[in-house]
Design a protein around this ligand. Structure first.
Ligand code: OXD
Ligand code: MN
Length: 601
C-alpha cells in the first residue's frame, strides 16, 4: 500500500484532465497520485520501493541516499522486437521499425490495460524534456503504476507542478501510458518485488504523439520521456517542424586559449557515449565538460546555427565497464543519490560491477544469489544501470541547462568497428556526412535484447529510435543541411575500436580520445592539416597530437590507413542496406555512394 496522500490537482488544462480521467477509467487503479516533483515526493517513492521489496537501501556511509533495485530476469533491457511504430500508414514506419495498425494495437492494448492497475497507485507525471520554457524543449504527461519509473523520471526529467504551469491550457503535450501489467486483482493477490508481464508492448502513435507501454518496468521501456518521447515521438515532431531529435551526447571543449566548441556525437547504445561525454583530456591545457550523454535536440537559432539542448537531467548509464580509469567523472557522479539497477551488492552494502575494480571476494549478484569470482558468471547484469542526477557530475558545463541551448560546431558519428573504418575522418560535405551516418555500423552490445557481437548497420545510432521511415529521416538530414547552408556543423566519423590483425585494440581510447577531439576542434577553424582521401579528410602526417602517448608508428599508420580494399568489399553490403529503403532512399545518398565508388577506383 502506498502511504502518499492525494495531492491537489494543479491544472485546469482540459486536455490533461481528460487524458488522466480516460486513463483512470481504463486502468482502474485504487488511487491516483499527481506528482509535484518535490524532493519529499522523491524520498517517498524510494521508501515505497524499499517497503515493497523492489529496492533496498545501500550502506549510507558508502552510498548515501542510494538504492539498489533488482529486476525480474526476464525484464532487463529494451525489447526491440516488441517496440512498434503505429503510424496510420505502414509505409511511414518504414523497413527498420515494427509496424502495427494503430486501431488494432489500441484494441489489443485496451484489453491488456483494462483493470491493469487494480490495487495500485496510478501516478500522473507531468514532465519537461529540456529546460522548462526553452523554445527547444517539449512537455509530456505520463501515467504509470511503477514507482520505480516515477523515481527514475524524477532524476532523468524535470517533473511536477512547474511543468503544468508552463503547459498552461495548451493541448500540445505527449501522452504516455505505462503499466507493468500486474494487477493486484483481489485484496489478497500478493505483489512481487518486480511486477511485470511476459507479454510486452512498447507502442508509439506518432500522429497523435502518444506512447502506450505495457508489461515492462525496465529502462527505456518504462521511462517514457527517454527513448519513446525524446527520440521516437520527437523525431517525428522534428521532421514535421524542421528540427532534429538525435541519439547524441553533447560535449563542451575548451582549448588552451579559452576558445570553446560544442560537439554532438552519435554512437550506438553502450559504445561509450557516457565515457566520451565526461572525458578528462590528456593533452595539456584542454578542458572537456559535459552537457548531455544520450540525447540531443537541435533547432535553428536566429543566427542560422543549430542550437542544442540536452532534454534530460540525468544519466541512465551502463554500469559494467565504468571505472576510475574508463570514466572518473562518472564514478565521482555516482557517490550519492543514485538508483542502481541490476548491479551486484557487496558484503558491506555497496555496489560492484564487472570492470569497476578488483572483484570482491564475495557479493550478492543481480539475481540475489551468493557470488564469488569463482562463480563463473557475471555478478552484475551486462545491462545493469545507474540513474544519476546530471547536476552531480563534477564536469557538468555551466550552460548545460541553458534554455537557449549551445551552438553545435561538429557532429561525430561512430561505432564499434574492428576493421575498415579509420580512427577519424572528416566528411567532405554535410551530405557526405549524412551518407557516413546512414551507413554507420557497429558490433551489437547488451543494451538491447539479442546476440552480442553481430555487426549491424545502425544509421545515426537511430535504428531502434527513429519514429518514422528511415529513408525519410535521411532526406530530413539532407534538407536540414540545405536549410542551414554554410552555418551547419562539420561532420566527422570516428572509430576508437579498430584492431590489429592479431585482434588487439590499436587505440587506447577513453581519455586519449581527446587527441582526436583536438584535431576535430582545429579542423572546425581550418587550423589542423588534413589530407583528402576517397573516404574523406584524414589527419595529415603529424597533425594528430600524439605527444607523450605510447603508441607505435605502425599502430598509428594502421589507425589512419585508408583501407580501400576493405571499403570496396563493403560496397555490396552498403548497396544491400540502401536497397531496404526502396524508393524512399534519397537520390543524394545514392549519388554519394556512386561518388565513393568512383573515388575508390
Ligand atoms: C540507452 C540506450 O539506454 O541507448 O541510452 O539503450
Ligand atoms: Mn542511448
Amino acid at each position: 500500500m502506498n502511504a502518499m496522500p492525494p495531492l491537489e490537482v494543479k491544472t485546469t488544462n482540459p486536455a490533461v484532465l481528460a487524458f488522466v480521467e480516460d486513463s483512470r477509467a481504463l486502468f482502474k487503479p485504487e488511487r491516483v497520485r499527481w506528482c509535484n516533483g518535490s524532493k519529499w515526493e522523491y524520498q517517498e517513492l524510494l521508501k515505497s520501493l524499499v517497503d515493497a521489496g523492489t529496492a533496498q537501501w545501500l550502506n549510507p556511509a558508502r552510498r548515501p541516499n542510494s538504492i539498489l533495485v533488482r529486476s525480474d530476469p526476464a525484464d532487463v533491457a529494451r525489447v526491440e522486437d516488441q517496440t512498434f511504430i503505429c503510424s496510420l500508414s505502414k509505409e511511414d514506419a518504414g523497413p527498420t521499425n515494427n509496424w502495427a495498425d494503430p486501431a488494432e494495437m489500441k484494441a489489443t492494448l485496451t484489453q491488456l490495460y483494462d483493470g491493469a492497475m487494480a490495487g495500485r497507485t496510478m501516478y500522473v507525471v507531468p514532465y519537461s524534456m529540456g529546460p522548462i520554457g526553452s523554445p527547444i524543449a517539449g512537455i509530456g504527461v505520463m501515467v504509470t503504476d511503477s514507482a520505480y519509473a516515477v523515481a527514475n523520471m524524477h532524476i532523468m526529467t524535470r517533473v511536477g507542478d512547474k511543468v503544468l504551469e508552463a503547459l498552461g491550457q495548451s493541448p500540445d503535450f505527449v501522452r504516455g501510458r505505462h503499466t507493468v501489467g500486474y494487477p493486484l486483482s483481489t485484496p489478497s493477490t500478493a505483489d512481487v518485488p518486480w511486477p511485470c508481464d511476459k507479454t510486452k508492448y512498447i507502442s508509439h502513435f506518432p500522429e497523435t504523439r502518444e506512447i502506450w507501454s505495457y508489461g515492462s518496468g525496465y529502462g527505456g521501456n518504462a521511462l517514457l520521456g527517454k527513448k519513446c518521447h525524446a527520440l521516437r515521438i520527437a523525431s517525428v515532431k522534428a521532421r514535421d517542424e524542421g528540427w532534429m531529435a538525435e541519439h547524441m551526447l553533447i560535449l563542451k571543449l575548451t582549448n588552451p586559449e579559452g576558445r570553446v566548441k560544442y560537439i554532438a556525437a552519435a554512437f550506438p547504445s553502450a559504445c561509450g557515449k557516457t565515457n566520451l561525454a565526461m572525458l578528462v583530456p590528456t593533452i595539456p591545457g584542454w578542458k572537456a565538460e559535459t552537457i548531455g550523454d544520450d540525447i540531443c535536440w537541435m533547432k535553428f537559432g536566429a543566427d542560422g546555427r543549430l542550437y542544442a539542448i540536452n532534454p534530460e537531467t540525468g544519466f541512465f548509464g551502463v554500469a559494467p565497464g565504468t571505472s576510475n580509469e574508463s570514466n572518473l567523472n562518472a564514478m565521482k557522479t555516482l557517490g550519492a543519490n543514485i538508483i542502481y539497477s541490476n548491479v551486484a551488492l557487496t558484503d558491506d552494502g555497496d555496489v560492484w560491477w564487472e570492470g569497476m575494480s578488483e572483484p570482491p571476494a564475495h557479493a550478492i549478484d543481480w539475481m540475489r544469489r551468493s557470488w564469488t569470482p569463482a562463480s563463473g558468471r557475471p555478478a552484475a547484469h551486462p545491462n545493469a544501470r545507474f540513474t544519476a542526477p546530471a547536476a552531480q557530475c563534477p564536469v557538468i558545463a555551466k550552460e548545460w541547462d541553458d534554455p537557449a541551448g549551445v551552438p553545435i560546431d561538429a557532429i561525430l558519428f561512430g561505432g564499434r568497428r574492428a576493421s575498415v573504418v579509420p580512427l577519424v575522418s572528416e566528411a567532405l560535405s554535410w551530405r557526405h556526412g549524412t551518407f557516413l551516418g546512414s551507413i554507420m555500423a557497429s558490433e551489437k552490445t547488451a543494451a538491447a535484447a539479442g546476440k552480442v557481437g553481430d555487426l549491424r548497420r545502425d544509421p545515426m545510432a537511430m535504428l531502434p529510435f527513429c519514429g518514422y521511415h528511415m529513408g525519410d529521416y535521411f532526406q530530413h538530414w539532407i534538407n536540414i543541411g540545405e536549410n542551414g547552408g554554410g552555418r551547419m556543423p562539420k561532420i566527422f566519423y570516428v572509430n576508437w575500436f579498430r584492431k590489429s590483425p592479431e585482434g588487439k585494440f590499436l587505440w587506447p581510447g577513453y581519455a586519449e580520445n581527446s587527441r582526436v577531439l583536438k584535431w576535430i576542434f582545429e579542423r572546425c577553424d581550418d587550423a589542423a592539416q588534413a589530407v583528402e582521401t576517397p573516404i574523406g579528410r584524414l589527419p595529415a602526417d603529424g597533425a594528430l597530437d600524439v605527444a607523450g602517448l605510447n603508441i607505435s608508428s605502425e599502430a598509428l599508420s594502421e589507425l589512419l590507413r585508408v583501407d580501400g580494399d576493405g571499403w570496396k568489399a563493403e560496397l555490396p553490403s552498403i548497396r544491400e542496406h540502401f536497397a531496404t529503403f526502396g524508393a524512399k532512399l534519397p537520390a543524394g545518398l545514392s549519388e554519394e555512394l556512386a561518388a565513393l565508388e568512383q573515388r575508390l577506383g
